[in-house]
Ligand binder design. Structure first.
Ligand code: NDP
Ligand code: OXD
Length: 309
C-alpha cells in the first residue's frame, strides 16, 4: 500500500517528512518515481498532469492539496466512485482572512497609488475611504467565506454574504441563490470572490455582474481564475463600473509575462498565495484520510461530487 504525492514542479520534501513523522508506516511516494503502480491506494494532487490518475488501478481515495477540487473533478481519468477530499485547516482560514482584510485596507488607504507615486516622486494625497462607505460582499459562505465574513464584520465593516443555501450569521446580511444575487450586488462596493469553480460559477465575474455593484466597485478574486471573464474586467475599468482589483488566481498560472494584467495600474497581482496549508497541518489531514480510506470509512472534508464542491 502506498500514498502518492502528485504535482508538477513542486518540492514535496517537507510534506513527505511531516507525513512520515506522524506515521512512519505510511509508504510515501513522490510522482513521477512510482515503484509499483498497483500499490498506490491514495493520491494527493495539486496541478497534476492530465489523466495521470488513470494509471493507478487500485486507488481508494484522492485528496486535493488545497481547498479547491476543480482540478480533480475535471480529471476524466478518475473513476466516479473514488471519493475526493480536500484540505481545510484553521491556519488556511486565518491566512485567507489576513489576505482579504489587507487587500481591503490597501484599497481604502490607496496604498498601491502611493507606491506608484513614490516611483515618480509625486506628492498627491487621496482622501482615505471610510469603512462605513465600503460595504463588502462575499460570494461563497463556506469554510473560507464564513471566516472572512465574520472577521470583517468584527472589524466594523458592513458585510453582505451570498451562497447557494441561506445562512444565518451574526452581523452579516445574507442572500441566497440566483434570485437574491442582484440585491446582494446592489448593496456591495468591494466584492470578494470565495466561490468554488463549478459549471454554475464559471465566468460568473463578468460585465453584467460588475455593473450591478455600487459604482465604482473593487474586486478581490481569491476563488479561481476561471471565475473571471478577463476582458470584462478591463472593460469595467473603462466604463467606471470598477476602480481596481486585487487578483490572486488566474486562468493561466503562472500569469504569462506578457499578460495585460501586469501593466494595469488598477490591478494588484499576487501569485496564488492567499492561503497555503503548512506541511505539518496538511500532513495531519492527509494521514487521517489515508487511514480512513484504507478502512473504508467516510473521509474528512469529503467533496459532494453532485454539487461539485
Ligand atoms: P466551500 O466548499 O466550503 O464553500 C463554497 C461556498 O460557495 C458555499 O457557501 C456554497 O454555498 C457557495 N456556492 C457554491 N456554488 C454556488 C452557487 N452556484 N451560487 C451561490 N453560492 C454557491 O469552499 P471554501 O470556502 O473552502 O473555498 C472556496 C474556494 O476558495 C475554493 O474552492 C478555492 O477555489 C478557493 N481558495 C483559494 C485559495 C487561495 O489561496 N487563493 C485558498 C483556499 C481556497 P452553500 O453553502 O449553500 O453550499
Ligand atoms: C486552494 C488554493 O484551493 O490554494 O487551497 O487555491
Amino acid at each position: 500500500m502506498s500514498l502518492l504525492l502528485i504535482a508538477k514542479n513542486r518540492d514535496f520534501t517537507s510534506l513527505k517528512e511531516a507525513i512520515q513523522e506522524l506515521d512512519p508506516n505510511v509508504d510515501v511516494e513522490v510522482w513521477p518515481r512510482v515503484d509499483k503502480k498497483e500499490r498506490v491506494n491514495f493520491a494527493v494532487c495539486w496541478n497534476h498532469p492530465e489523466k495521470v490518475l488513470g494509471n493507478y488501478p487500485n486507488l481508494r481515495a484522492v485528496s486535493s492539496l488545497g481547498a479547491g477540487v476543480n482540478h480533480l473533478l475535471d480529471d476524466e481519468s478518475l473513476p466516479n466512485d473514488i471519493p475526493i477530499s480536500r484540505l481545510i485547516t484553521d491556519s488556511l482560514q486565518s491566512q485567507m482572512g489576513d489576505y482579504v482584510l489587507n487587500a481591503i485596507t490597501n484599497y481604502r488607504l490607496h496604498t498601491y497609488r502611493y507606491f506608484d507615486q513614490k516611483r515618480t516622486g509625486e506628492w498627491k494625497p487621496h482622501g482615505n475611504i471610510s469603512k462605513t462607505s465600503t460595504p463588502i460582499g462575499i460570494m461563497g459562505l463556506g469554510e473560507m467565506g464564513l471566516h472572512v465574513a465574520t472577521l470583517l464584520s468584527q472589524q466594523g465593516y458592513k458585510v453582505n454574504g451570498w451562497s447557494r443555501s441561506k445562512k444565518e450569521l451574526n452581523g452579516v446580511s445574507t442572500f441566497a441563490g440566483n434570485d437574491e444575487l442582484d440585491a446582494f450586488l446592489n448593496e456591495t462596493k468591494v466584492l470578494v470572490n470565495l466561490l468554488p469553480l463549478t459549471e454554475e460559477t464559471d465566468g460568473i465575474l463578468d460585465l453584467d455582474l460588475f455593473k450591478k455593484l455600487i459604482k465604482p466597485g473593487y474586486l478581490i478574486n481569491v476563488g479561481r481564475g476561471s471565475h473571471l471573464v478577463e476582458e470584462d474586467l478591463i472593460y469595467s475599468f473603462d466604463m467606471d463600473y470598477l476602480e481596481g482589483a486585487c487578483l490572486d488566481v488566474f486562468e493561466e498560472e503562472p500569469l504569462p509575462k506578457n499578460h495585460t494584467f501586469w501593466n494595469r495600474p488598477q490591478i494588484m497581482v499576487t501569485p496564488h498565495v492567499a492561503a497555503i496549508t503548512p506541511a505539518k497541518e496538511a500532513a495531519k489531514v492527509i494521514v487521517e484520510n489515508y487511514k480512513r480510506a484504507m478502512s473504508g470509512m467516510e473521509l474528512m472534508f469529503e467533496v459532494d461530487r453532485e454539487k461539485g464542491y
